[in-house]
Design a protein around this ligand. Structure first.
Ligand SMILES: *[C@@H]1O[C@H](CO)[C@@H](O)[C@H](O)[C@H]1NC(C)=O
Ligand SMILES: *[C@@H]1O[C@H](CO)[C@@H](O)[C@H](O)[C@H]1NC(C)=O
Ligand SMILES: *[C@@H]1O[C@H](CO)[C@@H](O)[C@H](O)[C@H]1NC(C)=O
Length: 786
């Protein structure tokens, strides 16, 4: 009260002064308090605590729970509640977050082979064998084989074999004079995302697609080589069928998420668009290699043969392309399409800072009753992560930063749960989230694979060296990774829930899991044989890899929330940028380099640059309210810079010069980043020894650290382009995207790469300029805010 009265008196007399002094006093008091709080001693070693706690391994129990009943996207609310209850039991605050999405569910299907008289000579069952040992393969509650979002239809047509159904495969068919118009195309799984098989086939005029798994893609683990099939050995069960989504995902014109709400969230009564930019119009069925063989055999000696790499290892099929002449296929697919709810389970432990958030995500929905690998090895490990971090909190540990767990729904249909969440909370997530760790299938094999935004590479390697690799040889996860993957952390494309975080929102992301490799059996992806029984007997005896995944993820979240300075390496990030750039550069035709660039193009580029800058500044507001100052100084700087550029290039520049400038900007950024990392390390060291500092030095140190953390937190956002990629506006990241013709596989500098691939010089220039300005913006952030 007294304070209030005083304030008014002073305020009336000397308004400016008062605010000035009280602001400074408040500021100083806050920081003194912060310094004091900072001195609170940690009561336990949290890393040891987590590793010890997880020596008790409950993953098998959770895996059994998740795989006991079907849990196709948007079904099994019991499992939603169970997951929520588990999180709450371990001390997390939870919400069930509902979205209303457009989905399809299977009704019935059939596939018949007809002879030239129209008589049915063979009917495929389109079912997987029941296996007596494996309860997930039996009963009346298994999920039928189907491909979600495949259009309804009943078509009868000739058919052809089209290898992996890639762009280049269809191009080769054309070259060989095989017309796929009005035909059914049979392709084998592999190389690209299955939805794009459908898009390419449809674009060529095909009326249906049949997709099967060829033993030629099983790396020699085949019955022909003497390996027994599941459940008697490591080879693929020949009736196994890969279900999946045939949404177009990252294809040209498409976006992940609900196909009726591209770019915005499907919450309640939102307007919806025609979904066919992101899903197909022709029926598609998946089939086993056992059941496709009698169909493909009819192609023997019909039409040309493809090159060697069109040959799989089906016994009895010569890999002629066709068409099938007299033999026709009748294909019938019926699914119900409607808007139904899906449920993400959200759990949170608040840290000291609520505006610095780490998210760990896994999806819960599976194509089959089991799903012990995909995704519920990750779900089981996520419950263990919740237990470990929750226990740490109960033991009195306070997290510096907020940690969120997400059990997403609808991932399998097209990353629905994560994408809708990302779109719904876009502003908040962009402002608060430091990193997203994705754990889809945690265990499909025994080989650790990492994909990440390179800013996280150092952290991923460091923490991997704290976790034992569970094969009893005394190695760490990192030793194993070094040995098996040559330390190679790949870049992210798409195909799992990190997509919206990294590629739409610019949040550093990582994807973590044990995958099949040397010495592992076939993993029956999206088949009934991805079951609890398979996991217990083949995939992960004793669930020790589940346990390692839980330890790794828990420690990653802990470590990132524990250090005063964000443990990011901008050097790793920018070195990667330079190296990706040189790969792209090598693809630019030599004769382009001398081409003059018109002013019209330059003007267009400048415009987009301005918008870009504003976008990033919006995302990174300063805690000290110097936002205005920064924006002005940036404007000033870019004007100044513009003068310089105009001065230097009085003569029309060439594409070669623009290329040089972009490369140069990236290289400069990378050298600056190396220094920046050193300074960050130094600051952390000073902070660790802060007790030796005078109190005012300590305050100054904290201010520097707060500012630096802001730069680190928003560093990757500098590489967003608000208009998105060419014909894929949902994808905003200019460095990382999935290939537009591959779906899963990642590509770097997609804007430049695609323009070069398309032979589009203007667009190449545009994207080189966007890259250059992003580099300059990032450089500026390191210089001025760091
Ligand atoms: C499925 O099988 C269970 C047990 O065998 C039985 O109780 C249930 O009624 C069956 N459901 C349907 C839809 O047939
Ligand atoms: C599909 O069409 C064929 C004729 O083209 C017909 O004989 C068959 O009954 C149809 N199937 C279904 C399930 O409607
Ligand atoms: C698809 O299945 C539903 C439900 O069984 C049925 O009502 C509908 O007639 C079927 N549609 C077609 C085109 O066969």
């Amino acid at each position: 009260m007294t304070y209030e009265t005083k304030r008014h008196e002073v305020h009336r007399r000397k308004p400016g002064r008062f605010w000035y002094y009280s602001a400074i006093t408040g500021f100083v008091l806050t920081f003194l308090l912060l310094c004091y709080l900072d001195e609170a001693k940690p009561i336990l070693d949290p890393v040891e605590h987590i590793l010890n706690l997880l020596e008790q391994n409950y993953a098998e129990q959770w895996s059994k729970k998740y795989t006991a009943e079907t849990h196709l996207a948007g079904t099994n609310y019991g499992l939603v509640e169970w997951t929520r209850d588990k999180f709450e039991e371990y001390g997390w605050k939870t919400t069930i977050d509902t979205y209303d999405v457009y989905m399809s569910h299977p009704e019935s299907n059939s596939l018949n082979l007809l002879d030239s008289d129209g008589q049915v000579v063979y009917s495929a069952s389109l079912k997987e064998d029941e296996i007596s040992e494996d309860p997930s393969t039996r009963g009346n509650d298994t999920v039928p084989t189907f491909l979600s979002y495949a259009a309804n239809g009943n078509v009868t047509a000739q058919y052809v074999y089209a290898n992996y159904g890639r762009m280049e495969d269809f191009a080769l068919l054309k070259k060989l004079g095989v017309d796929v118009n009005d035909k059914i195309v049979i392709v084998r799984y592999g190389k690209i995302f299955r939805g794009l098989n459908v898009k390419f086939a449809q674009d060529e005029g095909a009326v249906g697609v049949l997709i099967y798994s060829d033993p030629g893609d099983d790396l020699g683990l085949t019955p022909a080589n003497g390996y027994k099939q599941y459940p008697h050995g490591p080879a693929r069960q020949d009736s196994s069928i890969q279900r999946g989504s045939v949404q177009f995902l990252g294809g040209v014109g498409a976006a992940p998420g609900d196909p009726t709400t591209p770019g915005y969230a499907s919450k309640g009564d939102v307007p919806r668009v025609d979904p066919h930019a992101s899903i197909g119009k022709i029926p598609v069925l998946p089939i086993s290699y056992r059941e496709v063989t009698p169909i493909l055999e009819k192609l023997n000696d019909k039409g040309p043969m493809g090159p060697r790499d069109w040959m799989g290892e089906l016994v009895g099929f010569n890999y002629n392309i066709g068409p099938s002449d007299g033999n026709l296929l009748n294909m019938y697919s019926n699914q119900t399409f409607n808007i139904t709810p899906i449920w993400n389970v959200y759990a949170e432990i608040e840290g000291k800072r609520k505006d610095e958030v780490i998210i760990i995500g896994n999806h819960r929905d599976a194509w089959i009753k089991g799903g012990a690998g995909d995704p519920n090895s990750g779900s089981a490990a996520l419950i263990e992560v919740a237990r470990a971090l929750g226990d740490l909190k109960k033991a009195g540990y306070q997290f510096k930063r907020t940690i969120i767990l997400q059990s997403f729904d609808g991932e399998e249909y097209g990353l629905l749960g994560s994408t809708e969440f990302g779109e719904y909370q876009a502003q908040d997530l962009k402002r608060k989230v430091i990193a997203y760790f994705n754990m889809d299938a945690a265990v499909e094999g025994r080989h650790l694979r990492l994909g990440a935004s390179p800013i996280l590479n150092r952290l991923l390697r460091k923490v991997a060296s704290w976790v034992p690799y569970p094969d009893g040889r005394g190695l760490s996860l990192y030793d194993h990774f070094l040995e098996e993957s040559g330390d190679r952390i790949s870049n992210l494309g798409s195909g799992s829930d990190y997509t919206v975080f990294l590629e739409h929102l610019g949040i550093p992301s990582a994807d973590i899991g044990f995958r099949p490799g040397r010495g592992d059996g076939i993993y029956h992806y999206h088949s009934n044989y991805d079951s609890f029984w398979w996991m217990s007997n083949f995939g992960d005896k004793g669930f020790v890899f589940h346990n390692a995944a839980a330890k790794y993820l828990s420690l990653l979240a802990l470590e990132l929330s524990r250090k005063k300075l964000l443990d990011f390496s901008v050097e790793d990030y920018t070195c990667a940028l330079v190296s990706y750039f040189s790969q792209i550069e090598a693809k630019i035709p030599h004769e382009w380099l001398q081409l003059p660039i018109s002013h019209h193009t330059a003007r267009k580029l400048r415009k987009s640059k301005d918008k870009n800058d504003r976008f990033v500044l919006d995302a990174s507001q300063s805690v000290f309210g110097s936002y205005q100052f920064r924006k002005e100084s940036l404007d000033h700087r870019s004007k100044h810079h513009k003068h310089q550029v105009q001065h230097k290039h009085r003569h029309t520049p060439t594409l070669g010069k623009i290329l040089d400038k972009t490369r140069h900007s990236l290289q400069e950024l990378s050298s600056r980043a190396a220094l920046f990392d050193d300074e960050t390390t130094l600051l952390q060291e000073q902070y660790d020894k802060r007790k030796q500092l005078h109190v005012f030095d300590r305050i100054w140190l904290l201010i520097k650290i707060a500012n630096r953390n802001l730069v680190l937190k928003y560093f990757e956002r500098n590489f967003l382009y608000h208009r998105g990629l060419h014909k894929r506006p949902w994808f905003k990241h200019i460095v990382f995207a999935s290939g537009r013709y591959t779906g899963y596989a990642g590509q770097t500098w997609p804007g430049i790469g695609e323009a070069v691939e398309d032979g589009d010089i203007k667009r190449t220039v545009k994207w080189l300029d966007i890259a250059k300005h992003a580099a300059k913006r990032a450089h500026f952030a390191l210089d001025y805010y760091g």
